[in-house]
Write a protein that binds this ligand. Structure first.
Ligand SMILES: [Zn+2]
Length: 145
C-alpha cells in the first residue's frame, strides 16, 4: 500500500516540536489526532499553543474520525518539494473531518484525479514512510478503502 510514499526521500517531520509532536505520534499509532480545549471543548487543527475560541491553554489531544468529505482539491503537476517530483501529477485536498469542525489538508490517493467530486466520502489510511514516519493518505471510500 502506498509504496510510492514509502519510497519518498522528502523532508521528515520535526517530532521535537511540542505543538505537533502528538499528531505525529498519533500517526505512528494509526490514529488521527487533533487538539481539544478542556474549557470550551472546541476542536482545533492545526495545533496551537492556545485555544482559538477562548484562548485557554488547557489543550489536550484526542483521536478524531478517520473519515470525512472532500471539500476542494488541486492537482499538482510541478513541485519543488524534495522527494515528491516522482509522484506528479497528484491531488492535494481539503478534507472536512467527520464529528468535528476540523479541516485537514492532505494527499488524496486516487488513480483518476479527473473524477474527484466535491462532497465525496474519503477515509484515511496510513502509509509507512520508513524510519518511524507514518503519513495520512486520503482514499476514496468508493474505491474500497
Ligand atoms: Zn477553548
Amino acid at each position: 500500500m502506498n509504496a510510492e510514499l514509502a519510497a519518498l526521500d522528502g523532508p521528515r517531520p520535526d517530532r521535537r516540536d511540542p505543538e505537533i509532536r502528538h499528531f505525529w505520534d498519533g500517526l505512528t499509532e494509526r490514529e488521527l489526532r487533533a487538539q481539544v480545549c478542556a474549557d470550551c471543548q472546541g476542536v482545533q487543527w492545526p495545533p496551537r499553543a492556545a485555544c482559538v475560541k477562548c484562548q485557554s491553554l488547557q489543550l489536550t489531544w484526542h483521536v478524531i474520525a478517520g473519515s470525512g468529505t472532500l471539500s476542494t482539491w488541486t492537482e499538482v503537476h510541478r513541485t519543488g518539494l524534495a522527494g515528491y517530483q516522482d509522484l506528479v501529477p497528484y491531488a492535494v485536498g481539503i478534507v472536512e473531518i467527520d464529528e468535528t469542525p476540523v479541516r485537514m489538508v492532505g494527499y488524496i490517493h486516487t488513480p483518476d484525479i479527473d473524477t474527484l467530486v466535491a462532497g465525496e466520502r474519503l477515509v484515511v489510511r496510513f502509509a509507512e514512510r520508513g524510519e518511524g514516519v507514518v503519513l495520512p493518505v486520503w482514499h476514496r471510500e468508493s474505491e474500497g478503502a
